[in-house]
Design a protein around this ligand. Structure first.
Ligand code: OGA
Ligand code: NI
Length: 361
């Protein structure tokens, strides 16, 4: 199978939605076990992912206080228990966050021709896309997206970012800069929480040479939301994800045992989650958690997922400090370039990749 082109003509989900069809094409109908309607309601205690206030935890880039710090403890607990949390007072400008989300909404509402010039291919995935994976005849998700690189610098090419709306490129640059800073701080907190020096995880990721990319998701209204998903269950392949969800439309669901918890977004917060590379590095002390997106018939939804990843050609393996006789290394070393080929070829498939990696014992 080649990653050079899509196996069949690309259909924009937004065009399908806007055509006014009353039934979704078979291509988007999920097997019953995957459908959104199969939700066991969680107990009240499990109602929402933890919300953590980062106010005062940093002066500049320095974490205040050691592992005894209550905020660090909350983060540690959230990483171990949920793999997901929301952060408020995180240092990224809320005005910029809202402006960025609205610019992207505007982008998706441009005429189709203005978007088609950025049509992507499975070679790099950069640009305007409507599927993940290249298997012919695969069941597809009810969403379109835009994918772009911010880091490393050599992959950053402004021509691949939308020229319209006119403020978009400038906003992407500023937003990404601020979100990278926040990610760097989170990396320090996670390092400390794992009992490692604060720059440990950042060094494993390649120091200044990390990868960072943005995936803007657009979930159009869906006439039969109970039959499909906006994004199938998956764990994020990279390091950390910082998601800016739609303020008004819930949709993200996080796996909690056998059930799915719908995240209730806090205004101006980021939803942070652990990716597979963090699971590997921490030798599964932290685990990436499956999540998916449901759609609805009344409202479209826009979300911005910022992925903070290791430099793509560094082998990532469990940190030797976290490998003991009782807890041998669970995963072999692999570069992120090799690792992400799986999802880029097969599409979102729960946690099947990181699970299959487990060294036999
Ligand atoms: C993703 C993702 C969730 C959302 O892009 O990987 O999980 O709410 N998005 O759009
Ligand atoms: Ni995700």
């Amino acid at each position: 199978m080649s990653l050079q082109s899509w196996p069949e003509p690309v259909v924009r989900v937004q065009s399908l939605s806007e055509s006014g069809i009353k039934a979704i094409p078979d291509r988007y109908v999920k097997p019953p076990s995957d459908r959104a309607s199969i939700v066991c309601s969680p107990s009240v205690k499990d109602a929402n992912i933890p919300i953590i206030d980062l106010e005062g935890l940093f002066i500049g880039a320095n974490v205040l206080g050691g592992p005894g710090n209550p905020t660090l403890r909350q983060i540690n607990e959230a990483c171990r228990d949920w793999g997901f949390f929301q952060v408020v007072n995180h240092g990224v400008d809320p005005k910029l966050m809202r402006a960025m989300r609205e610019s992207w909404r505007e982008f998706f509402h441009l005429p189709l021709e203005s978007k088609q010039q950025y049509a992507n291919s499975p070679c790099t995935y950069e640009g305007y896309g409507s599927r993940l994976g290249i298997e012919k005849g695969a069941v597809l998700d009810w969403s379109d997206y835009y994918f772009l690189h911010y880091m490393p610098q050599c992959l950053r090419s402004h021509e691949k970012w939308p020229a319209l709306p006119s403020s978009c490129r400038e906003q992407i640059a500023e937003y990404s800069k601020q979100v990278v800073e926040l990610s760097g701080r989170l990396m320090k907190m996670l390092s400390l929480n794992l009992g490692l020096p604060e720059d440990f995880l950042q060094r494993c990721f390649g120091g200044e040479e990390i990868g960072a990319c943005l995936r803007v998701n657009f979930y159009p209204k869906c006439p039969q939301p109970d039959l499909t998903l906006g994004l199938s269950s998956h764990s994020d392949p990279g390091g950390l994800t910082l998601l800016l969800p739609d303020e008004n439309v819930p949709g993200l669901q996080v796996r909690r045992g056998e059930s799915w918890v719908t995240v209730d977004p806090v205004p101006d917060a980021f939803i942070v989650n652990i990716g597979d590379q963090m699971q590997v590095l921490s030798n599964a002390i932290y685990r990436s958690v499956e999540h998916r997106v449901i759609v609805n018939s009344a409202k479209e939804r826009v979300s911005l997922a910022f992925f903070y990843n290791p430099k793509s050609d560094i082998p990532i393996a469990p940190a030797p400090e976290l490998v003991t006789e009782d807890r041998p290394a669970l995963y072999p070393a692999m570069t992120f370039d090799e690792y992400r080929l799986y999802i880029r070829t097969k599409g979102p498939r729960g946690k099947s990749q990181v699970e299959s990696l487990k060294s036999p014992r």
